[in-house]
Design a protein around this ligand. Sequence first.
Ligand code: GDP
Ligand code: MG
Length: 631
Amino acid sequence: MESEEDSYEDIPCSTENRKPMEGLFHSHLEERVRPYIDLIDSLRLIGIEDDLALPTIAVIGDQSSGKSSVLEALSGVALPRGSGIVTRCPLELKLRKIRGGVYWRAIISYNDEYIEFDDPSLVERHVETAQNKLAGEGVGICDDLITLEIMAPDVCDLTLIDLPGIARVPVKGQPEDIGYQIKNLIRKYIERDETINLVVVPCNVDIATTEALKMAQEVDPEGKRTLAILTKPDLVDRGTERNVLDIVRNQVIPLSKGYVIVKCRGQKQIDDRISLADATRVERDFFRRHEFFSCLLYEEKATVQCLATKLTQDLVDHIKKSLPLLSEQIKKQLWDLRKDLSLCEPGPPLDPQKRKAFFIDTLTQFNDKVNRLVSGEVVNEDNLFILIRTEFKAWKNHLDGTKQSYHTTVQNVINDYDYKHRGRELPGFSDYNVFEMVVKRLVIELKVPAIDTLRVIRDIIQKQLSDVCKACFLNYPFLQCVAMNKIDNIQSKQEEKVEQRIWEQFEMEQLVYTQDGIYFKALNEMHPGEPDKPSEDNHASLDSRNKYPEMLQAYYEIVVQRLADQVPMLIRYFMLKESVQLLCSEMLALMDGANVMEVLREESDSSRHRVDMQNRVDRLTIAQEKLSNFV
Ligand code: GDP
Ligand code: MG
């Protein structure tokens, strides 16, 4: 039999690759398993791991039996290995296949540590550091789990657990009950139903006395999830080869899953930096040339590759078994989500075409609402028309309120004029210019209150439009902001226009004009029902002097009526009718060239929640479709 060293003589010593090493699962997986793994991949996206525990492969065995070596060969990830106690904490190796990338990335996490790295050759160092931190430097062990997640394009979705080896006798520095401690720790992992237990036994020890096998049989009496691995076939004691053959053929201690014999890298090959890929070829060569074991190649009971195939099959079986339940769960989740979704406000679709239509819809709804607002419908909490009518009424009241002081002023001016300027003429025949001036002066005083009315009403209208805007664009802060700005700009522009018109109106009032007919009518109405009432006063002078204030009063009445209508009409027309027309057309103009993704960006807890749910529904629906091909 060749010595370990001999068998590698013809193999060139390649340096350990920095690029990802190929896991054996990978090459073997493709045709048969890929569809299932793809399925699980897509299901993982929907957080399927909460529902479906993917099988974990735990390796148990004596110290230095070759556990880490087997895991390493399966995963393609170089782990700390060697003599003595090397694995001192449970190490969970999560392999995650990533799509569309070529890079390798790993995260090691334990306690509060979380370290990312992208160099495969650093795995060993990081694991050692982690073990030293958790279990202390030396030979102690620790229950705390180290998780090493590896994301690479060429690994298989699989979780492997490396466990400390079973020690019989404590070495120096280890507590008396170390064996008990380790067994407890191991049991925690191997008793889980979704764990496939790999019992690792070197060819050069008596399998019947192996503690690991006993433990595995304890937690899995039927052996449904126990697979035994014989390692170090190159170190088999001469003369015991036939025994080993019998064991592998399931003839000594029968297990329902049976045995596989593998040859991993020995210490020498590690020292010589034989790559894992090369080791695979070396292993095959070893078995092919082996005097006793070569037949096992054909019986499919030898090589790591064969082991990988068996495990893969287990993985697929597990997935297959879980699918009906999974399908049920997805159906239920979908049902619940759709119910919840139907209860919340519909949001913008994600599809660009549909989103555009939704956008147009949203704008149209807004325009409809503002149009209904100006046409007198109550669309907000407060009734717009009641509010502005109240203000118009106040304006009218103000105008009426000035009549008394107007009257007094006019009277005073006439008296004053007579007193100061009267010449030979009889009292009361004063100058028209004087009266005209009084009228002009008093009417112009109405300008400021008119403008005030405008301001108050602008505020009312702007608030109402803003309320509509907020209600219509509740979840779209961007759109809301755009609309608010438009409202403000348009209102300002229109307010300026109205102010200008009011100003012009008061300029025109300086003409002191009305149609004769209107004037006489007003004059007559000064004494309704007693047009030709004879004066009780016998003083002709006084009587005619009173006629002037009456005439001026009649004219003022006409001015008041004119302004009482004119100012509200200007305001209603420009601030309400025209401004809403402008707003609507500006809003519709947003449709051209707007980035609908951006414009309809949502921002509220409820919309976030809805988008979340929508995304889950989408993912679950895809998952359901995929599942339907399998179940
Ligand atoms: P663990 O303690 O069970 O994890 O064992 P390791 O995987 O660390 O292996 C212990 C030692 O045995 C290491 O030096 C490995 O290189 C070596 N080893 C593992 N498998 C084989 C094998 O098939 N043949 C030889 N010759 N050495 C092996
Ligand atoms: Mg180990």
